[in-house]
Design a protein around this ligand. Structure first.
Ligand SMILES: [Zn+2]
Length: 181
């Protein structure tokens, strides 16, 4: 038996998420790369040989210094690549500052905020419109109710009483009842 279910996620996005999940699986990518503290793991590459940069560190006078170092030079030797080392703190800061500038810098942020304000304004207007329509509906219902009450008090139910009165059985019953009491 099959039951149709409405689509709540575009198929393309679903596939993208599935691919990312598969890629982040601990069997495919080491957890330290997915969850680790190294910001540019798997992203930064050596400018000389194109190999991925790996995290290295040194300790000097009790202080730890971390670097991104060429993985090619480290694994295959100096003949492949003389090796490059970049301070992790400095490169991370450079990248984060650039991303921040790109995402939230100047005009872009103003544009995002403008669009948000505009969307909120449109939403407010829609809500206001709906409220006005509902208030009009209430007023109209009140009016109809008031007219109905007024009609009842004015004796608009007479036709029904007249029917009862002309019913011989009802008239007789009423008469005999009144006589007995
Ligand atoms: Zn290299």
């Amino acid at each position: 038996m099959q039951i149709a279910v409405p689509t709540i996620l575009p198929l393309e996005l679903f596939d993208q998420v599935q691919r990312r999940l598969a890629q982040n699986s601990p069997k495919v990518t080491a957890p330290r790369i997915v969850n680790g503290p190294t910001l540019l793991a798997r992203l930064a590459v050596c400018a000389s040989c194109g190999a991925g940069m790996t995290r290295t560190g040194t300790r000097r006078r009790g202080k730890v210094y971390s670097y991104y170092s060429c993985g090619g030079s480290h694994q295959k030797g100096k003949s492949v690549c003389r090796g490059r080392h970049v301070s992790m703190a400095r490169l991370d800061e450079l990248i984060v500052d650039n991303v921040k500038e790109h995402l939230f810098g100047g005009d872009r942020l103003a544009g995002i905020l403008d669009a948000l304000v505009e969307r909120q304004g449109a939403k407010d207007q829609a809500v206001e419109g709906r409220r006005t329509a509902l208030e009009a509906e209430i007023a109209s219902s009140d009016d109809r109710l008031r007219r109905l009450y007024r009609g009842n008090r004015g004796g608009h139910c007479r036709p029904r009483r007249r029917t009862q009165a002309t019913d011989p059985g009802a008239e007789a019953g009423k008469g005999s009842g009144a006589g007995r009491s």
